[in-house]
Write a protein that binds this ligand. Structure first.
Ligand code: SAH
Ligand code: SF4
Length: 394
């Protein structure tokens, strides 16, 4: 059975069980396997956490379940609802470990951005999660718990006739492929009709390029793939996304081509490209990107950099962003610019850190590095960092 978080009790948390595991669980209790279907509907569809509310389950079984099992979402420390419909939750996983989950409505679509790890070991230079260092992986019930909390905030779906969460992106805190088993198991529950019923093309895993795990992923589950590219050549990508030193662009592009080959239904990889002023947003970068992606069926999502305190980077102005997009469109790439939502609640990409504590020394080291660069520049030396920006966090 997959890893489930050990909370205060030894009860099994049903939030973390796939359909198969739930059926096995009922069999182990001497019950019929179809009970799993009834319970999953209560848990994921109606958001129930009390066995007594499960009216189609007999009293005897309800009592038995209450003894050995629980339905327990992670504690919500903060819940913010933005004026534009964006919702953000700061989830407390105990021992000071916190992650964030964001819901972004867009017409009929509602996208939930889910976290997979507390912090991240990969230390991309422009990412606030990376600056926290890595604390720990989330268990399956902690990943699914984020959906459960979000779904409950809308009330039971039968009140609306539709599910509010239509799309899920594994783009919150952490590198999902480095928490492989738990993320794959959680995505099975997300896809399952008895879970969250999200279609495979509406469930996206985003990776910074952990190449061997990408191949493993394709063999385990069919979901949409996004790759955090951010640079069109190895020299620059080594600086921005350090895992590139281990798995350079040639290996990453081969893994992307394999994805498209393995799922040939007009599949494309979404290439994410955070635009940072003067760093990776020049005309030559757009040209190099066109060449790099020539034989990789892809669409490109440009993300204007979201600042956080002491990041050292700056968002390019609108004209620069548009010029970059135009070059890619001219070359035939579907290229979108991600609009920032939930600004008033700091719910944008890369800002999912809020008041989360820094319990490593990485952020302090980073700030020291920036200060040193600023001091050097005063001595007349050239520095690659554009600007030290300080922005308010909620
Ligand atoms: N670790 C995974 C998924 C989480 S990050 C990955 O890197 O793909 C989700 C997305 O947010 C990535 O594309 C990441 O590069 C982007 N991101 C990180 N910091 C950002 C920032 N400050 N501004 C804009 N996007 C950022
Ligand atoms: Fe980790 Fe993704 Fe942030 Fe890089 S961008 S540090 S991989 S969360």
């Amino acid at each position: 059975m997959n890893q489930v978080s050990q909370k205060s009790t030894n009860k099994i948390n049903l939030l973390g069980l796939t359909r198969q595991q739930m059926e096995d669980f009922f069999e182990s209790l001497g019950e019929k396997r179809f009970r799993a279907h009834q319970i999953m509907k209560w848990v994921h569809f109606f958001g129930v956490d009390d066995f007594e509310a499960m009216t189609n389950i007999g009293k005897g079984l309800r009592g038995k379940l209450a003894e050995v099992a629980e339905i327990k979402g992670p504690a919500v420390e903060l819940e913010h609802f933005s004026n534009d419909g964006t919702r953000k939750w700061v989830v407390d996983l105990g021992q000071g470990n916190k992650v964030e989950t964001v819901f972004i409505p867009d017409g009929k679509r509602g996208t939930l951005c889910v976290s997979s790890q507390v912090g991240c070991a990969l230390d991309c230079s422009f990412c606030s999660t990376g600056k926290q260092g890595f604390q720990r992986d989330l268990s399956v019930d902690e990943i699914i718990g984020q959906l459960w909390i979000a779904q409950r905030s809308f009330g039971a779906p039968e009140n609306h006739g539709i599910r509010n969460i239509t799309n899920i992106v594994m783009m919150g805190m952490g590198e999902p492929l480095l928490n492989f088993e738990n993320v794959v198991t959680a995505m099975e529950i997300m896809k399952d009709d008895l879970g969250y019923g999200v279609a495979k093309k509406r469930l996206t895993l985003s990776t910074s390029g952990v190449v061997p795990k990408m191949y493993e992923l394709y063999d385990r589950i069919d979901v949409a793939l996004a790759v955090s590219l951010h640079a069109p050549n190895d020299e620059l990508r080594d600086q921005l996304v350090p895992i590139n030193k281990k798995y350079p662009l040639s290996a990453l592009m081969a893994a992307c081509r394999r994805y498209v080959d393995q799922f040939p239904d007009t599949r494309r990889v979404t290439m994410e490209y955070v635009l940072m002023d003067g760093v990776n947003d020049k005309y030559e970068h757009a040209e190099q990107l066109v060449a790099l992606l020539q034989d990789v069926p892809s669409k490109i999502n440009l993300i204007p950099f979201n600042p956080f305190p002491s990041s050292g980077y700056k968002r390019p102005n609108g004209m620069r962003i548009k010029a970059f997009q135009d070059r890619l469109i001219k070359a035939g790439f579907v290229t979108t610019i991600r609009t920032t939502r939930g600004d008033d609640i700091d719910a944008a990409c890369g800002q999912l850190v809020g008041q989360v504590q820094d319990r490593t020394r990485r952020a302090a080291q980073w700030q020291a590095k920036i200060a040193e660069k600023a001091a050097n520049s005063q001595k007349g030396k050239q520095i690659p960092v554009q600007q030290v920006s300080v922005h308010k966090q909620s």
